[in-house]
Write a protein that binds this ligand. Structure first.
Ligand SMILES: [Zn+2]
Length: 209
């Protein structure tokens, strides 16, 4: 018994929602949300930071820093998934599933039904950790060109968290019962809610696949 997960779907639960990263509609929705979010952040950063310092930024241009920026972004993608994995590992100690199914990288615990708190902590971890990390890095760096690159990473990071934020939002506002369960195979998340108790009915719920 664990308060973080169930091995099998307990009786009295129904499948409420499936979010599948391999599904065309979901991919399209996430891409649009991600593009909007990153475009909005790029605009905000440009007008608040880059525009007033455009000369200093141009003067500080460095190809080396651009290469570091690209490499940092790929490193970030790996670290983002490892952060989900770390939370899952600490709370479940199970084998994790990592993978890349363009356009998304993923990490899940395919064998378990996770309680709301477990899913919420894992979904929110990379967003929280890396937002703080990039914000601190921004204030630590001195030259405006490097600062701009960090802001670009921050915008890409926020866009990369669209799926996680959507999941966290569902858990925060829709599936608010702490007894709610979520199965996370990596690319696919299946939400289960506890059925209301009806003493007149004997129910045997199947969770679906
Ligand atoms: Zn994520």
């Amino acid at each position: 018994m664990s308060r973080f997960y169930e091995e099998k779907l307990p009786e009295g639960y129904s499948q409420a929602l499936v979010v599948d990263a391999a599904d065309r509609k979901t991919v399209l929705f996430m891409r649009r949300a991600a593009s909007l979010l990153s475009a909005a952040l790029f605009c905000v950063f440009f007008f608040l930071f880059a525009f007033p310092r455009i000369r200093e930024i141009r003067a500080g241009f460095s190809l080396f820093k651009c290469v570091v920026f690209v490499l940092s972004y790929y490193l970030y993608i790996v670290l983002h998934e490892l952060t989900h994995g770390l939370v899952y590992k600490l709370l479940t100690k199970r084998k994790l599933a990592f993978g890349f199914q363009p356009p998304v990288a993923y990490c899940g615990v395919p064998d378990l039904y996770l309680y709301r708190i477990t899913s919420l902590l894992s979904a929110a971890a990379p967003f929280t950790v890396f937002t703080v990390f990039f914000a601190v890095l921004f204030f630590l760096l001195n030259d405006p060109f490097s600062k701009s690159l960090v802001l670009a990473l921050l915008a890409l990071h926020a866009a990369g968290c669209t799926g996680d934020l959507y999941g966290a939002g569902l858990l925060l506002f829709k599936y608010t019962d702490p007894a709610s369960l979520r199965k996370d195979t990596g690319p696919k998340q299946i939400y289960y809610t506890k059925d209301p108790i009806r003493p007149d009915e004997t129910k045997q719920q199947e969770g679906g696949k």
